[in-house]
Unconditional design. Structure first.
Length: 840
């Protein structure tokens, strides 16, 4: 099993030695590698989220100062919004993790994380530390520092709160406190089994325009790199533009760009601070490594002798340097410089190594065909000594690789029955609100799970024995994008998917619940059942299934009824499938597929939230204008509304009068350029008796200056982050609070992540404000729900986070949203029923 699931993690977080998805080893790349090999400098950039990092600073440190540079994001961005799709929470965190890795592939940095779960916007570091558990996240930060051993740390944000987000401030506090803790053997002594204490020289804050620029280091991040043919501002824009789920496409900046570094911890800088070297007091040469002089001289010799057209000429010198590095006593430098030299020798030899399989995925017990390939493209002396296939199948040999000819070996193997599924390591266990649960301490900090399978290849390059763990991949050709590849994934033999994540039962109704079984192998049969909470009933108790072929599917439907008790409640339903051998499986299959990141596969628990809901509906025919992406339409359909998603063509010319209400999706006025043209039609619809409900938009990037019938302004900081923050009525008799559902205090219980965001902070007196909420210690905010009658109809703007509450199955949020759709108009307007197709 050890050989089957090979983890190519280097103890000091050096990253993979060999990775086929790395950038092509062109002449500029090899030159940059030589410069980094010749430099013994390490920098860790620290902030809270994906997108917080200064990509220009990272690109400059890597390209200009040739420093090994990492970015430690405390969180994976799970609590944000998604501009490109419907994924939220853990799925969004997975997307943003891959976007960060894509960014690092462009700016040359490395990526790390703590276990902190992004629970949403926070207004104070105290709240962040309370929810995360400060000791755990602090321990993770110290662990990364002791592994990565940075000479300097650069914090993106200050500790005084000017960063505008509690997570931001928390990241700066941790950076400052870790300066001492990482060097103190009494802090987190359990880590010392794997690492040693480490003293950072300086901690800087990457300041915005400082009040006194004479007391901070000035760094020109706009420098042009002639080897790369780009300035660091251009590289930074390419890197930042990978944050596509946040809509952060960036313009390429050229010319001088001065950034500032302010000392947060460490000795005072000497001389003219504005011109000081951020690495002041740090030896950046091989002279800092005990016994490293000989290797350093050889590396410098290779750098001087480099000929871009003939990189293979460097191999004897690099081989000699590699042998010298093996004599080093410090395991950190030995491991790091060995990995750098191995990558450089591989690229200088033009060596191509690959492990392919014709399967996209396998299940335990399946057969697996593996082809290992090596191509010696420049004719250097390369000998293939050994192949270690998965499942302990080894082949020893001494095969000299001919010039530019394909040499391959193919083996048929069986996947061991105990092989785990390919789940991201931080999602293997259910997280808490603030922290992911990771049992293996050595995985903490890693950006993603290692490839589940790899082929071990032992080769000699100019007489130096080198070992490679080459990830096993599925390769295919897309007719538009050309050749693509992804890691082979391990799936369960059967996957159980529920049709909905949330299933609502209105007024005691019985509902069909459908599960979809997907086969991970041929000739699959067994039984499936639903596990319902006490008091609920399901029929039939279980059903048999049979699926002939791998990838085949079957759907099974059960009838589920809630208990007879009155009131609203939430419970959990679980789906389980057994196979013929008696094994039980209770995970589904979820694929996240976007063109800018590798395909991601998840196996979430086969669970759904059961929502028992006492709710009335007034006017069921709803038009929905999509925005940046949310699942409100699905939630409304669950409780009996007929929802038509309105296309641009229908908004321009279709009959809006047939809808009882029209809902505008989140950020629609930010992302749809046509909304300015549709707005007069929408307001005319309201004037004639319709109800228009607008969900939150951001204050910046609006496509028109006024999005309501009367003026109001959306705030940037007006939000309530405490989901349990008390709600107070301003106008307790307002019909919006009573029709068709009589709202009570209980309807504001059980909300998730936040009350709301982007509340209005100014509004015309013709708007009614109905609800007041605030976070502790702040002034009450009434701009989360604005209402006005306009002509015969009604207009509502709401910053309350229904886009989170309805998909989470919050009963009171459904009841409140039903009232918003009624618009306080106690006599529902008559409208044609229509069909969903008419809105296309």
């Amino acid at each position: 099993m050890k050989n089957f699931v090979r983890l190519y993690m280097v103890l000091c977080l050096c990253g993979p030695i060999f990775q086929t998805s790395a950038q092509a080893p062109d002449a500029a790349s090899i030159r940059q590698q030589l410069e980094r090999l010749n430099t013994c400098a390490t920098v860790l950039y620290m902030a809270a989220h994906p997108d917080d990092e200064n990509t220009a600073m990272i690109a400059w440190l890597v390209g200009e100062r040739h420093a090994r540079t990492g970015y430690l994001a405390l969180t994976r961005g799970d609590g944000g919004q998604n501009l490109i799709g419907l994924e939220l929470r853990e799925q969004l965190g997975l997307i943003r993790t891959q976007e960060l890795l894509a960014a690092r592939r462009l700016d040359g940095g490395e990526q790390f994380f703590t276990r902190a779960n992004d629970f949403g916007f926070s207004k104070s570091p105290e709240e962040a530390f309370e929810i995360w558990g400060k000791d755990q996240v602090f321990s993770d930060a110290v662990w990364v520092i002791r592994n990565f051993r940075p000479d300097i740390i650069i914090a993106r944000f200050p500790t005084n709160g000017d960063g505008g987000h509690g997570h931001h401030t928390a990241s700066a506090i941790l950076a400052e406190e870790a300066y001492k803790a990482a060097a103190d053997p009494k802090q987190f002594p359990e880590q010392l089994k794997y690492v040693k204490p480490w003293q950072v020289k300086h901690v800087y804050q990457n300041a915005w325009q400082p009040k006194d620029s004479s007391s901070v280091i000035h760094v020109d991040l706009g420098t042009y790199n002639p080897v790369l043919g780009k300035s660091y501002g251009e590289i930074a824009a390419e890197s930042r533009s990978m944050h596509k789920s946040q809509g952060f496409g960036a313009a390429k900046l050229r010319g001088k760009r001065i950034d500032f570094l302010n000392v947060m911890a460490g000795p005072p800088l000497k001389g003219d601070v504005t011109k000081a070297d951020p690495f002041q007091g740090v030896d950046l040469t091989w002279g800092r490594i005990k016994g490293g002089k000989a290797a350093g001289e050889l590396v410098a010799q290779a750098l001087r002798a480099y000929e871009p057209a003939h990189p293979e000429k460097l191999l004897p010198t690099l081989a000699a340097a590699y042998r010298e590095v093996q004599k080093l006593q410090d395991p950190y430098w030995k491991s790091l410089k060995s990995a750098q030299l191995q990558k450089l020798m591989t690229d200088c030899a033009g060596l191509w190594l690959e492990a392919r399989t014709p399967s996209i995925y396998v299940s335990p017990g399946d057969s697996l065909v593996v082809t290992a390939t090596a191509i010696n493209r420049l004719g250097a002396p390369v000998t293939w000594q050994k192949i270690a296939f998965p499942s302990n199948v080894d082949t020893s040999m001494a095969l000299a690789l001919p010039t530019n000819e394909v040499t391959s070996f193919t083996r048929a193997l069986v996947v061991p029955s105990e092989t785990p599924v390919s789940q991201p390591y931080w999602l293997e266990k259910t997280p808490t609100l603030g922290l992911y649960q990771v049992d293996d301490p050595q995985k903490i900090g890693q950006p993603e799970s290692s490839a589940p399978f790899s082929v071990g290849m032992d080769l000699e390059i100019v007489g130096v024995p080198l070992h490679y763990d080459v990830p096993l991949r599925y390769v295919w050709v897309d007719p538009v994008q050309g050749e693509l590849q992804r890691n082979l994934a391990v799936r369960p033999p059967v996957m159980v998917n529920l049709a909905e994540d949330v299933i609502t039962f209105v007024n005691g109704e019985t509902k069909p619940v459908t599960i979809r079984l997907k086969a991970g192998r041929d000739s699959l049969s067994g039984e499936a059942r639903l596990q319902v909470p006490a008091g609920w009933t399901v029929s039939p108790a279980q059903q048999a299934y049979a699926i002939a072929q791998k990838e085949g599917e079957v759907r099974l439907t059960f009838q589920v009824s809630p208990g007879r008790s009155a009131g609203n409640s939430t419970e959990t339903l679980r789906a389980v499938a057994t196979t013929g051998d008696g094994r039980t499986y209770d995970r589904g299959l979820l694929t996240v597929d976007y063109p800018h990141i590798p395909v991601q596969t998840l196996f979430p628990p086969a669970e759904a939230r059961l929502v028992k809901l006492d709710m009335q509906v007034a006017g069921r025919n709803i038009g929905y204008i999509p925005g940046a992406g949310d699942k409100i339409p699905d939630g409304l359909r669950q409780v009996g509304y007929q929802v038509t998603e309105l296309s641009d063509a229908y908004l321009a010319e279709g009959d809006l009068s047939r809808f009882d209400a029209i809902v505008v999706g989140i950020r629609a006025y930010n992302v749809n350029d046509r909304m300015a043209y549709y707005q007069p039609r929408l307001l005319s619809y309201v004037e004639k008796g319709g109800v228009l409900v607008e969900q939150y938009n951001t204050s910046y990037g609006l496509k028109l200056p006024q999005i309501g019938p009367y003026e109001f302004t959306i705030g940037r900081r007006e939000r309530v982050t405490k989901e349990e923050a008390p709600i107070t009525y301003l106008n307790a008799k307002h019909p919006l609070l009573h029709y068709p559902n009589e709202l009570t205090k209980a309807d504001f219980d059980g909300w998730v992540q936040e009350r709301g965001l982007y509340f209005a902070n100014k509004w015309d007196t013709r708007y009614d404000t109905l609800l007041v909420a605030n976070d502790p210690g702040e002034e009450p905010m009434a701009g989360g729900l604005l209402y006005t009658k306009y002509g015969k109809g009604a207009f509502v703007y709401t910053g309350y986070s229904f886009f989170r509450q309805l998909p989470a199955g919050v009963p009171g949020a459904f009841r409140l949203f039903s009232n918003l759709l009624a618009g306080g108009l106690t006599e529902p307007r008559k409208a044609d029923e229509g069909t969903a197709e008419t809105g296309k």
